[in-house]
Design a protein around this ligand. Structure first.
Ligand code: CDT
Length: 348
């Protein structure tokens, strides 16, 4: 049974430190309008879409830092961002949006939400689990900081897969399911969100796959030349080589994990040269459950990457090579939830 859906990665190019949220939101609305002309039903925006990637900066005041976050319990009502949700509703397009979330209690999270146009509300929220970087800035003034561990708390919502209504036709619902007949692979799409660095961690993908995820979506801000974090200062690379390497790893983890978890994935970059000096990779892509790139960005700026996917293509992997119920051997995986760091065998 085909379960077809047209999706898009809405890649967003350079955003400077002083670019206003209102200006960014207008660019996102332009991308949404392009999506509407291509019959797209689901658009994924990047990590921390609304501002420059602020964790690279150390701020003098909490007040200034707070301007980069969204405050309040419901982002759909946030003054600067509401026009985006209004546009999504009127175009009948679901959106996934990353942003800095400041909770009413004052905790900062790197967050992503799925807004369902048919329900006119947020149907799922994800908070980034794997925060990269450091708490303190690097001593080297030339280094580009990544202060996510300073500004955000690790996500406390786990990796919650969810079903999104209104995206595929003829989805079997709990009320319409026939008694005794399997509903596996016939319901509304099963989705999961991650954010940037999470994509490099197979545990995150596997937890979604264990919930039957058919499409994993994530935005990213990945430095094109982050020698202090990647460690490439030990093996000097030209800026061009460093960018190619960062792009290679980004595609590698997306293609490999899509294949190993038999799911589609959409990756979407915040990219380009922020403030004329902070370079972020592009490379937004839609990848199939067999690990093939179906569509990818051609530029390093605002660009809509569109693909038609058929969620029934996940069945091949989920029912054969990666039929977890038949082939996983959980009696041998005990270390995974027991141990964080590496413990090597005793020396000989
Ligand atoms: N934004 C984000 O998570 N960026 C990270 C940088 C990692 S630096 C080791 C990424 O995984 O792309």
């Amino acid at each position: 049974m085909a379960r077809k859906l047209t999706v898009a990665a809405a890649q967003v190019g350079a955003i400077n430190r002083d670019t206003s949220k209102r200006e960014v939101v207008q660019r996102l609305i332009d991308l949404l309008q392009q999506a509407s002309h291509k019959n797209v039903k689901l658009v994924v925006f990047p990590e921390a879409t609304l501002t420059t990637f602020f964790p690279r900066h150390l701020f003098d005041t909490q007040e200034e830092l707070d301007t980069f976050f969204e405050h309040g319990a419901d982002i759909t009502q946030s003054t600067d961002v509401k026009p985006l949700f209004d546009e999504a509703r009127s175009l009948a397009i679901d959106i996934v949006l990353g942003y800095g979330e400041r909770t009413p209690e004052g905790t900062g999270y790197n967050t992503s939400v799925h807004y369902s146009a048919s329900r006119d509300k947020i149907i799922s929220k994800y908070r980034k689990v794997h925060l990269p970087g450091t708490v303190e800035p690097f001593k080297d003034p030339q280094a580009i900081n990544q202060l996510e561990k300073r500004y955000f708390t690790p996500g406390n919502l786990g990796f919650p897969a969810y079903r999104a209504p209104g995206l595929v036709s003829d989805a079997v619902k709990s009320v319409s399911a026939k008694e005794g007949e399997s509903t596996v692979g016939k319901g509304d799409p099963i989705l999961g969100m991650m954010i940037c660095n999470d994509r490099r961690w197979p545990e995150a993908w596997r937890v979604y796959a264990l919930q039957g995820a058919e499409l994993v979506m994530f935005g990213y801000n990945t430095g094109a030349n982050m020698a202090h974090l990647w460690g490439s200062q030990d093996k000097p690379m030209s800026p061009e080589q460093a960018e190619q390497e960062a792009l290679f790893h980004s595609k590698l983890v997306q293609q490999a994990n899509s294949y190993m978890n038999a799911c589609f994935s959409i990756s979407v970059a915040r990219c380009g040269l922020d403030d004329g000096k902070y370079d972020l990779i592009a490379g937004s892509a839609i990848v199939s459950p067999e690990g093939h790139v179906l569509a990818e960005a051609k530029t390093k700026g605002d660009e809509l990457v569109v693909g038609e996917i058929d969620l029934s293509d996940c069945r091949q992997g989920k029912e054969r090579t990666f039929d977890f119920a038949r082939h996983r051997r959980i009696e041998t995986y005990g270390l995974i939830p027991q141990q964080t760091g590496v413990v090597e065998p005793d020396l000989l």
